[in-house]
Design a protein around this ligand. Structure first.
Ligand code: ZN
Length: 240
């Protein structure tokens, strides 16, 4: 069984389409939230996810797009992009985003956007935070996003081991508890501009991280045409 795990697509349709093409024949597509925000095509991304039957959870940008007070925590450019998103999305997109749950359990995996402790907001960026969240897992493995950096935090004898998911790397879970982050499809922040995602094989207990190039210039042009903040398009080719 092959499951494509996508997070932080951020309304970037060329990146999403490149990932779907790269993943090929999969049994399911799971997303970990922040489907919209920053990028120029929220309706197109939601339509594509609907068309391939993707299921997943709500991120802070998805909540903000539905009118949530999460927008009050955004920096000025993220807020401008979110105000544009709110004014742009159609009712079908708003309904689909509004129905996303904060957490979900699928095939024995827990899915959240941020962390098991605070599904919408918490960033897992230290071994201390990872260890506290590993203790809260309702399933052996949690799939999460939010940081836009592909890594895994794996429990090892009461400590936590950080696995930096280099391009093409694999992780054998071996029954260990872990927090697994596929990285970001639409706005990677690990210095590599290529879209990041993961393929999970639940039976084999293996996670494989993948990177795929997409037409960054096309997304930048669409962002300019939409009047989205220049800083948000400038970061895409840098992967920051
Ligand atoms: Zn995000």
């Amino acid at each position: 069984m092959r499951i494509a795990v996508l997070s932080d697509i951020h309304a970037n349709l060329p990146a999403l389409d490149a990932v779907i093409a790269d993943a090929g024949d999969v049994d399911a597509v799971w997303h970990l939230g922040d489907v919209v925000g920053y990028g120029p095509d929220p309706d197109g991304v939601v339509e594509r996810l609907q068309s391939i039957g993707a299921v997943g959870v709500r991120g802070n940008h998805d909540a903000a797009a539905c009118g949530g007070s999460e927008i009050d925590w955004f920096n000025p450019d993220a807020r401008r992009a979110m105000e544009w998103t709110r004014a742009t999305i159609g009712s079908a997109t708003a309904t689909w985003l509004g129905e996303l749950p904060e957490r979900s359990t699928l095939n024995g995996f827990e899915l959240v956007h941020g962390s098991p402790r605070k599904p919408i907001w918490e960033y897992v960026t230290s071994s201390g935070v990872a260890l506290e969240n590993l203790a809260l897992l309702t399933a052996p493995v949690c799939l999460h996003g939010h940081t836009h950096v592909p890594v895994a935090w794996v429990e090892a004898g009461g400590r936590v081991e950080l696995v930096r998911a280099a391009r093409g790397s694999h992780l054998e879970l071996g029954g260990r508890r872990a927090l697994v982050n596929p990285g970001s499809v639409g706005q990677p922040r690990d210095g590599d501009p290529d879209a990041s995602y993961a393929i999970v094989d639940p039976e084999a207990g293996v996670v494989s991280w993948r990177r795929v190039a997409y037409d960054v210039a096309a997304v930048q042009a669409a962002m300019r045409a939409a009047g989205l903040p220049a800083s948000l398009s400038a970061r895409l080719p840098l992967g920051l």
